[in-house]
Write a protein that binds this ligand. Structure first.
Ligand SMILES: N[C@@H](CCC(=O)N[C@@H](CS)C(=O)NCC(=O)O)C(=O)O
Length: 221
């Protein structure tokens, strides 16, 4: 069985867990806090980042590389779309959420609301949190716009862009970074994601000492 080195609020690990669930790939999760910089973990991934995906002699890191490996090796439930153009759009949207949404929204929320609470025991900076919430607002406007024109984020079929975006949005939502008011298209899309049996286990998981808002795992939010 594949072993995934991860922690519950790592959006890139959520992406791989959600993709594996969609493809029917069994995964055992092993907790890793990358900020501890453990030697044994650095040997697995010199970048010191989660997720790391291991089976026997195969060790993979970087969620984009892992996701493409899974797409190439597991035939069931293809998630990149049919044809070069659809696959390019899937990759564009994955890069959007993995890079822009992550750095502008999730990184500051993780730093202020998780890292300061659980690791350094510092006071969160309200201005940084407000900045992340404003950035989330802009990103949700863009997702609303896309979803006015297409059923799923990269086109007519559910795919890896939805998996990657749901992973990032769910962590931002867990950390109180999302105001759903005025984002009906994205809310309807996320509600459909939340109701997938493959996503429910992610919503049920908690980071110890850091509870999510009450609406976090509700289908009606
Ligand atoms: N591009 C990488 C990014 C992974 C990443 O940034 N992981 C975070 C946790 S969510 C991490 O390990 N950060 C610690 C560090 O960068 O030192 C991927 O897609 O897997």
């Amino acid at each position: 069985m594949w072993i995934l080195h991860q922690y519950p609020l790592c959006p890139f690990s959520r992406k791989i867990r959600f993709q594996c669930a969609e493809k029917g790939v069994a995964v055992e999760c092993v907790r890793e806090h990358p900020w501890e910089r453990r030697d044994a973990f650095l040997l697995l991934n010199p970048a010191g980042q989660t997720p790391v995906f291991v089976q026997g002699a195969v060790t993979l890191s970087d969620s984009t590389a892992i996701a493409e490996y899974l797409e190439e090796t597991v035939e069931r439930t293809p998630l990149y779309g049919a044809g070069a153009e659809a696959r390019a759009e899937t990759r564009r949207m994955c890069a959007w959420v993995d890079q822009k949404f992550y750095s502008e929204v999730v990184v500051p929320l993780l730093a202020e609301r998780m890292f300061k609470r659980l690791v350094t025991r510092g006071q969160p900076d309200a201005a940084t949190i407000r900045g992340a919430q404003r950035a989330a607002e802009g990103h949700l406007d863009y997702l609303d716009y896309l979803l006015e024109h297409r059923r799923w984020l990269s086109g007519p079929a559910f795919g890896l862009a939805d998996v990657a975006a749901a992973a990032q949005v769910s962590v931002a939502d867990y950390l109180g970074g999302i105001d759903w008011d005025g984002h009906e298209e994205t809310r309807t899309w996320y509600s459909a994601i939340k109701s997938r049996p493959t996503f429910r286990p992610l919503l049920a998981e908690r980071m110890e000492g850091l509870p999510p808002p009450a609406h976090y795992d509700k289908l009606d939010f």
